[in-house]
Design a protein around this ligand. Structure first.
Ligand code: GDP
Length: 305
C-alpha cells in the first residue's frame, strides 16, 4: 500500500524529531512530574534541531508563561503548546495563487547543490500528473552539467525542454523559452537559474535582469520565485536565504533534503525570519519525494504525538 502523506512527512523528519525528543522521551518513560529543568532540556532540543534562537525563544516564552498548565498536564501539555506555537510561526498567507494565468512562470533560485534541478524535475512531473504541460528552461548557461541534468529530468517526465548554448545570455535563453511556451500554449514554465556567479552582486543583478525580461514577455512574470534551501546546511541555509531575500522577489520557499538531516527545525527559522511561506519540501531524491508544505503535518511530524 502506498505510504500516506503523513507517513512520508514523518519519515522525512525522523532524525530531527529524534534529536528534539531525546530528553522528553526519557521523561515520558520515567512518568515523573515535569520540573523547570525539563523546560531547559526542551529548549536545548529546539536549538539542536536548528530552530534558531529567535524561534526557540518565542516558543520558550510561551512554555514558561504557561508552565502551570505544563506542571499539571505533563509532557502532553508541553508538546501541545509547542505544536501550537510552531504551527503559528509556519502558517503564512500564500502570496500567490498558482496557474491563474498561462503560462505560469516560476523562477527557481538558490545556491548550487541545494536541489534546484531536482526540485524542478519533481515539480514538472507533479504538474504533469495534474494534466499541465510545463516547459523546463535551463537558464543556467554557466554550468553545462546543470543543463544536462535538467534535460534528463525533462526527458524522464516528457516535459518540453529549452536550453541555450553554453555562455549565452541567460535572459536571451529565457526570452526564447517564454515565447515558445506562449506560442504552444504551455501551462507553466519552470526556470532553472544560475546558483553562482563571480560575485554575489552579479548573481543578484542577473536574476533581477531576468525578472525584468520575463515581465516584458509575459505580464506579471515571474509569477512565483521559489527559493530552494538545503535543510542539511542548518543555519547556513538561513544565511543563504537572507542573501536571496535581500535581492527581493522571493514568493515562496522549498526546503530540500529534510530526509537526510536532524536539522529540520531550520524550516521554522527561515519562515520566521524571511516571512515567506514554504511551498514544498523535499524528502528524498526520487521524483515523488516532493511534498506540498502543510504547517500542521510538518509540526506534528516534528514534535511527535
Ligand atoms: P542544484 O545544483 O541546486 O540544481 O542541485 P541538484 O538538484 O543537482 O541536487 C544536488 C543533490 O541533492 C543531488 O544529488 C540530489 O539528488 C540531491 N537532492 C535534492 N533534493 C533532495 C532531497 O529532498 N533529499 C535528498 N536526500 N537529496 C536531495
Amino acid at each position: 500500500m502506498a505510504e500516506s502523506f503523513m507517513d512520508r512527512f514523518r519519515k522525512g523528519l525522523e532524525r530531527t524529531r529524534d534529536i528534539l525528543n531525546a530528553d522528553v522521551e526519557d521523561l515520558v518513560r520515567g512518568r515523573r512530574p515535569l520540573k523547570p529543568e525539563d523546560l531547559d532540556a526542551m529548549e536545548e532540543g529546539l536549538i539542536a534541531a536548528d530552530l534558531g534562537l529567535p524561534a526557540t525563544q518565542q516558543a520558550m516564552e510561551v512554555l514558561r508563561a504557561r508552565s502551570a498548565d505544563i506542571w499539571t498536564g505533563g509532557v502532553e501539555a508541553m508538546r501541545r503548546l509547542l505544536r501550537d506555537e510552531i504551527r503559528s510561526i509556519l502558517t503564512r498567507p500564500a502570496g500567490v495563487v498558482p496557474f491563474t494565468t498561462r503560462p505560469w512562470v516560476v523562477f527557481v533560485v538558490g545556491v548550487n547543490g541545494v536541489g534546484k534541478t531536482t526540485t524542478i524535475g519533481k515539480l514538472a512531473a507533479a504538474w504533469k500528473s495534474e494534466g499541465r504541460t510545463t516547459l523546463v528552461c535551463a537558464a543556467d548557461t554557466f554550468r553545462a552539467a546543470a543543463a544536462e541534468q535538467l534535460a534528463v529530468w525533462a526527458q524522464r517526465t516528457g516535459a518540453p525542454f529549452h536550453r541555450g548554448a553554453e555562455g549565452t545570455d541567460p535572459s536571451a535563453v529565457l526570452t526564447d523559452a517564454l515565447r515558445i511556451a506562449r506560442s504552444k500554449g504551455h501551462d507553466a514554465v519552470l526556470v532553472d537559474t544560475a546558483g553562482r556567479l563571480h560575485t554575489k552582486g552579479n548573481l543578484m543583478a542577473e536574476l533581477a535582469k531576468m525578472a525584468r525580461v520575463a515581465g516584458r514577455e509575459i505580464p506579471g512574470a515571474p509569477h512565483e520565485t521559489l527559493l530552494v534551501l538545503d535543510a542539511t546546511l542548518g543555519s547556513n541555509a538561513l544565511n543563504q536565504g537572507r542573501e536571496f531575500a535581500k535581492a527581493g522577489g522571493v514568493t515562496g520557499l522549498v526546503v530540500t533534503k529534510l530526509d537526510g538531516t536532524a536539522k529540520g527545525g531550520v524550516a521554522v527559522a527561515v519562515v520566521r525570519e524571511l516571512g515567506v511561506p514554504i511551498r514544498y519540501v523535499g524528502v528524498g531524491e526520487a521524483v515523488e519525494d516532493l511534498l506540498p508544505f502543510d504547517p500542521a503535518a510538518y509540526t506534528d511530524a516534528l514534535i511527535g504525538s
